[in-house]
Design a protein. Structure first.
Length: 493
């Protein structure tokens, strides 16, 4: 039977060597042994030859490898579940050598995973430390080094990650997504373009679930490396995480000048964290880190590996970073901190939108985190839900929450008008975000910038002094995201 399987696989490879590899290949229980010898490494061989989409067609089926190396993705590929499956297909690694640092995939090129269940401990004691690592790969059998590509995209949608601990030992560490340092630390090529994690669930992870912290640790240039242009984590749930759910480092340049001070953009929104150690996120020296609409509840002590991380819930740093619209409830801290939600080095957080509502989960002990607290359905930065919206399945009747105060986007007429030379401009914005208020003349030329910064939601008032401008008609425009409004005013000296 084994010879027949090898023969079929050889015939398939031979046939495709004389014709174009199909763009999409289907892999399921019906062809898993016959075509791929029961090893996902052989699936990736077809990807290396030109296939760009792998469709997993069997519900709840376990796709694995018997290789002693991780599965290496070195060509762009989409790996996704076929539509309509009753259960998500499973991706794992048998880890036959019982390596203490094995992962399922080593990512070296653009990849998208969708609708997959990643398992780290199906075959103890050969449990896996990592699910996905982005970095270089050295084949210790041949000595050949394969460098990871730069500016790749890593897209993960509707995926579950379960039980990642080295050796399957609950006291050992593990991560889901880990950015490595280069094998040659004088290089800076471990840099992603976009990382998007959406609609995912992380359960029982032995350290940080998402760890991007090597960039400042290797001496490229003088400041290290910014690891990505964009990281977005949204509509996701973290359950039983032993350290931070998210830990990210920028480079070491904390100045406001020069070519290296700009960091990537990080957006963490609409996330629920339960049964986790105290820290949800630590964003060190990363400008433009926005954390909003996050629910952190029913926490526990940190793991035995991270006793120093029992002090706060969130910490962001540097300009344009902020935290807002957060709910924390029933958390366990083992260390003192003056504030549990923190911002430093020019970052900001809105204490007025850090709440302490009991989410009133439907059945937390059995993993049902449906929220019944009416307040959490209207306290988000968009006036909506705080937390993973997949748990927003029991909204209160309209009018149940009398504390809710609708806030809109509006720009009022300046007063006085006409004016000489000062006037007041009032406006209201409906959510915390970057906001601009500029004045321009009839030729469309900007003559004054009154606001160009992150601003909290609510009503604001700005004084405009036009002492240096000539008499005439001017316009002022308020802009935030997709919202904008323009009014006219007259300077009459």
């Amino acid at each position: 039977m084994k010879k027949l399987q090898l023969s079929l696989l050889s015939m398939l490879v031979a046939a495709t060597s004389f014709a174009q590899i199909p763009s999409l290949i289907e892999v399921g229980a019906d062809n898993w042994e016959a075509w791929y010898e029961g090893d996902f490494k052989n699936v990736l061989n077809f990807v290396a030859q030109g296939a760009d989409t792998v469709l997993l067609t069997s519900s709840g089926f376990e796709y694995t490898t018997s290789d002693t190396f991780p599965l290496v993705i070195n060509s762009p590929v989409v790996i996704m579940a076929a539509p309509g499956l009753a259960e998500k297909p499973i991706l794992t690694h048998s880890n036959p050598d019982t390596s203490s640092s094995m992962e399922i995939f080593r990512i070296q090129s653009t990849v998208k995973f969708e609708g997959i269940r990643f398992e780290g401990a199906l075959d103890q004691p050969r449990g896996l430390k990592y699910a996905l690592r982005y970095g270089d790969f050295e084949d210790t059998g041949t000595g050949q080094i394969h460098l990871a590509q730069s500016d790749i995209d890593i897209i993960i949608k509707d995926c579950d990650f379960n039980n990642f601990h080295s050796g399957g030992d609950q006291d050992m560490q593990g991560n889901v997504l880990y950015f490595q340092r280069p094998l040659d630390v004088t290089h800076d090529h471990i840099r992603a373009n976009k990382v998007l994690i959406e609609g995912c669930t992380f359960t029982d992870i032995g350290d940080e679930a998402i760890r991007v912290s090597e960039g400042e640790k290797y001496p490229f240039g003088t400041s290290g490396t910014v690891a990505y242009d964009t990281l977005i984590v949204r509509n996701s749930t973290f359950d039983d995480i032993d350290a931070e759910c998210i830990r990210i480092y920028g480079d070491t340049d904390t100045s406001f000048v020069g070519p290296t001070y700009v960091d990537g953009f990080t957006l963490i929104e609409k996330v629920t964290a339960v049964n986790c150690s105290p820290r949800f996120i630590y964003a060190k020296n990363y400008r433009q880190t926005i954390v909003r609409d996050v629910l952190v509840a029913n926490g526990r002590e940190t793991s035995i590996n991270r006793p120093d991380r029992g002090d706060y819930v969130m910490h962001v740093q540097l300009s344009s970073s902020y935290i807002a619209n957060i709910d924390t409830f029933n958390l366990t801290f083992t260390l003192y901190a003056e504030e549990r939600v923190q911002s430093g080095k020019g970052a900001d957080h809105d204490e007025s939108t850090v709440y302490g509502y009991d989410p009133d989960f439907t059945d937390a002990s059995n993993g049902n985190y449906e929220v019944n607290a009416p307040q959490l359905y209207s306290r988000g930065s968009d006036g909506g839900f705080i937390g993973d919206p997949r748990w927003a399945t029991n909204p209160p009747p309209v009018g149940t929450d009398p504390e809710t105060k609708p806030i809109g986007f509006s720009l009022e007429q300046n007063y006085p008008n006409p004016f000489n030379p000062t006037t007041t401009i009032d406006f209201t914005i409906e959510r915390p975000d970057f906001t601009t208020l500029v004045v321009f003349n009839v030729l469309g030329q900007v003559v004054a910038t009154l606001r160009d910064e992150f601003m909290w939601e609510g009503s604001h008032s700005v004084q405009f002094d036009a002492s240096d401008l000539a008499n005439g008609v001017y316009f002022y425009e308020l802009r935030q995201g997709q919202n904008s409004s323009i009014n006219k005013m007259i300077l009459l000296k």
